[in-house]
Design a protein around this ligand. Structure first.
Ligand SMILES: *Cc1c(COP(=O)(O)O)cnc(C)c1O
Length: 430
């Protein structure tokens, strides 16, 4: 007798209806992959292993037999993602963005090393911080990981300009000059504006220090040519998630644009960091799905990414006009897929995010510059990648701004939210 799965299927179906047809999803790290991406994921690859690299004629690179089809897929994914990003190196095996960062940490860093990165309250990702993989990797057992600006500390934060939304390139260069870190990390999770990669990477290169650009959030915008291009601005490695602005399956990637000398020096760290460092099997069933998403981005990425940025700016502008406080107004709110809104006056981020969920608007609370308690942040992070994919444009952003404005102030707008979402359920850019 087969096991009873009715209750499980029922929950999955409810999730599908709720999140695919009723809610307006504004979580900046989420997206819905296309039907083509979803369809190809359920296959025999789900139960297989393929450690190492694809076999080549006359050369065995795998540790198991039975890999000839995943070898084809992996080679295609490698070559086609290199074409998309004009990259020289690619590793398509990391199973997520965090796993890609873990690979660099394991492959390149050692206990006692010094790293410069964005702090959490400046929007940095937790994986870069003291309790994340970067912090843990450079901390020796029994040693307290010191943070700050003193010469003896291991984890330094990128100096910011006065507005707190930009890295101060000159001060960063001075800091690097002073402390000679082993690694500099740029990129973050509350990511409104490009980082000064060109200036900082050039200086790093003169000192022989690699620069890791964590493009988890903005990978799709980079692919569409609508954000900065870290690989061609001098970053050593670009890591990313393939399911945020890049609308693929949940995986990660490491990309490089290194010359022969740089490849010899820096790529083995990424390669060994991925396998055997941070993964064994690499969740093979999602790799054909990534290949589908790469092709979609090749064809539609430019239009999709451009509309995302226009929508984020339009939403910021409309909310601001209504009187809801949008951060970074003097810089046009954003150049990415997200905006930051200050709701300290309406109960704070946690309370307002919960209130919005009751109206089927899904987003997350976020710390804003100057916040010190992560459990009582004053902001909301609002991303528009998924709703853009379902066809929302600047005018729809205006309607959404009105609903957000009212819901933040405690009004229930569930019916209007469901109605607005109901007009945008067909996926574009596929
Ligand atoms: C989301 C995020 C990650 C982690 O990515 P996963 O794919 O969820 O593992 C890493 N770095 C940054 C900056 C992120 O925002």
């Amino acid at each position: 007798m087969t096991v009873d799965t009715h209750d499980i299927e029922n929950i999955v179906a409810q999730q599908e209806t709720w999140r695919q047809t009723q809610t307006i999803n504004l979580i900046a790290s989420e997206n819905t992959p296309s039907d083509a991406v979803r369809k190809v994921q359920c296959s025999d690859f789900m139960g297989r292993y393929a450690e190492g690299h694809p076999n080549e004629p006359g050369k065995v690179n795998r540790y198991y037999q039975g890999t000839k089809y995943i070898d084809q897929i992996e080679r295609m994914a490698h070559d086609e993602i290199c074409e998309l990003f004009l990259a020289q190196q690619a590793d398509v095996r990391p199973i997520s963005g965090n796993a890609a960062n873990t690979a660099i940490a394991l492959g390149y860093l050692r206990g006692g090393d010094t790293v410069v990165c964005n702090s959490t309250d400046a929007g940095g990702h937790i994986s870069h911080g003291p309790v994340g993989v970067i912090g843990r990797r450079i901390q020796n057992r029994g040693q307290v990981l010191k943070l700050g600006t003193d010469k003896s500390v291991h984890l330094h934060y990128l100096p910011l300009t006065e507005d707190h939304y930009h890295v101060d390139a000159q001060k960063t260069i001075e800091l690097i000059d002073q402390i000679s870190p082993q690694l500099v990390i740029m990129g973050k999770s509350l990511f409104l504006f490009p980082e000064p990669v060109t200036e900082v990477a050039a200086f790093c290169k003169s000192k022989g220090i690699p620069l890791l650009y964590d493009g988890a959030h903005v990978l799709g915008l980079i692919a569409g040519g609508q954000f900065q291009d870290p690989l061609h601005e001098g970053a050593t490695w670009l890591t990313g998630s393939t399911h945020k602005t890049f609308p693929g399956p949940q995986r990660g990637v490491i990309l490089g644009n290194l010359d022969a000398e740089g490849e010899k020096k820096y790529w083995p760290a990424a390669d060994r960091g991925v396998f055997p460092g941070s993964s064994s099997n690499h969740h093979l069933h999602t790799l054909p799905a990534l290949l589908v998403a790469i092709r979609e981005m090749k064809q539609y990425g430019r239009d999709y990414a451009a509309q995302i940025v226009r929508n984020a700016q339009a939403l910021g502008h409309a909310l601001d006009e209504l009187g809801t406080q949008v951060e970074a107004r003097e810089f046009g709110y954003t150049r990415s897929h997200m905006i930051a809104v200050n709701v300290a006056g309406w109960g704070g981020g946690v309370e307002v995010a919960k209130r919005l969920e009751e109206s089927d608007i899904i987003l997350n609370y976020n710390m804003l510059p100057g916040d010190s308690d992560p459990r009582n942040p004053s902001g909301l992070r609002i991303g528009v990648s998924e709703m853009t994919r379902f066809g929302m444009d600047e005018q729809a952003m205006g309607e959404l701004a009105q609903l957000l404005h009212e819901a933040v102030r405690g009004k229930s707008v569930k019916e209007q939210v469901n109605a607005l979402r109901g007009r945008f359920t067909e996926m574009k850019y596929v």
